[in-house]
Design a protein around this ligand. Structure first.
Ligand code: FMN
Length: 368
């Protein structure tokens, strides 16, 4: 199970009357799945588009709408001890009100009365989003340390195409999760390699391995959550691209090495997580014909990227290697740590391949 910073967090999900309102239900479900306790607060207009009853049912907490009602009591005060507030979707109207300190309903009053971090996911027609008054309001929010997530460019409910479409749920979740993570890697540059490589026999066929890329992608995301500027060099994987990082897609070990060589000198931490093929075939051009078989493929050694990085690192750079070992995990991981002169070496058993969780051996130059 991949760790979630949402576990045990109390989050107000503010809901306004935008066409993307139905997407906020999915977001609430995802937050709950990851262990958050969700408190929906809807504007009156939002409550006319979708019944608050549905938000109560999905969140497991009563969806509050009215400021002056017995059910809300002093809702804005009771909601003060929340860990975060997000508004999904956020109309131009809500953005304008929050940016200018207005508090004329339960949602805006809750926002004004809270010192919790705030995330706003704007969603509106491209003409509304392009209005200078909306942009001024968004700048004001940024100046108030409100996190603005999106909007994206795409097709909108009204049928037009442009900037204004609400960011997708995964992006909102990622930015929201980041609000809870101490920024221990702020101002640091982290370089991560992930996934397998493909080593081509001819222009059609290749040799690869079972690496899923999960571990590298998780490390890249964790570094991003902690405030680092991340570059992810990825072999071919079936994973969603993480947000807000520089992603370089490669196929072969040679391409990965070239990408690493060109960025390595800039990074503070290098996580060499990719399952780089040790060998590559002597490649033929075009497609080898079946009639040319039986075939013998000669494998030649790929350059050792990790050894190169450890040998070329400057003072202040940290190199972290990953090893996959079939047995004798401690001994072999230790041998690799010494031979490759890394700062840290993480040893994985074969059971970790394609798995979402597993045990590793963590070794550094003077200990385990
Ligand atoms: C069906 C429908 C969809 C709407 N979609 C949006 C939208 O995506 N973004 C937006 O800013 N306003 C949208 N509006 C206009 C807002 O609902 C309107 O500005 C309203 O005053 C916002 O109220 P609230 O911010 O209190 O929820 C929509 C209105 C309707 C009727």
């Amino acid at each position: 199970m991949i760790k979630s910073y949402f576990q045990g967090k109390k989050i107000v999900v503010g809901v306004t009357a935008g066409a993307a309102i139905y997407k906020s239900l999915d977001l609430i479900r995802s937050l709950k799945k990851q262990g958050a306790d969700v408190y929906p607060v809807m504007t009156r207009n939002a409550a006319t588009l979708i019944s608050p009853q549905l938000f109560s049912a999905i969140s497991g907490n009563p969806a509050l709408v009215e400021m002056f009602s017995v059910e809300s009591e002093m809702g804005h005060i009771n909601l003060q001890d929340m860990d975060a507030i997000c508004v999904v979707p956020a109309t131009a109207n809500l953005i304008g009100k929050v940016a200018n300190g207005l508090a004329d309903d339960l949602l805006t009053t809750t926002i004004l009365a809270s010192s919790a971090p705030i995330l706003i996911a704007p969603a509106m027609n491209d003409i509304m989003w392009g209005k200078s008054v909306v942009q001024q309001n968004v700048r004001k929010l940024r100046d108030m340390d409100v996190t603005i997530c999106g909007p994206d460019v795409g097709e909108m409910a009204c049928g037009s195409y442009g900037e204004g479409r609400m960011a997708d749920a995964l992006e909102i979740l990622a930015y929201l999760e980041r609000l809870f993570v101490p920024k221990t890697l702020k101002h640091k540059k982290v370089l991560v390699t992930a996934g397998p490589t493909r080593e081509f026999i001819d222009d059609v066929r290749y040799i690869t391995n079972r690496s899923s890329g999960h571990m590298g992608y998780s490390i890249a995301k964790e570094a991003w959550l902690r405030g680092a500027e991340v570059t992810l060099i990825s072999g071919p994987v079936g994973l969603t691209d993480p947000y807000d990082m520089n992603i370089v897609k490669v196929q072969t070990a040679d391409q990965m090495f070239a990408a690493v060589r060109s960025t390595f000198h800039e990074c503070d931490y290098f996580f060499s997580v990719a399952a780089v093929s040790d060998f590559k075939p002597e490649k033929s051009k075009g497609k080898i014909s079946k009639a040319d078989g039986p075939l013998q493929v000669t494998l030649v050694q790929n350059p050792d990227m990790l050894e190169w990085c450890a040998g070329n690192k400057s003072v202040g750079q940290t190199v972290i290697g990953f090893a996959l070992e079939d047995g004798y995990l401690m001994e072999r991981t230790h041998q690799k740590l010494i031979r490759k002169r890394c700062d840290f070496m993480i040893g994985n058993g074969l059971g970790n391949m394609e798995a979402e969780s597993g045990y590793v051996v963590f070794m550094y130059q003077s200990g385990v």
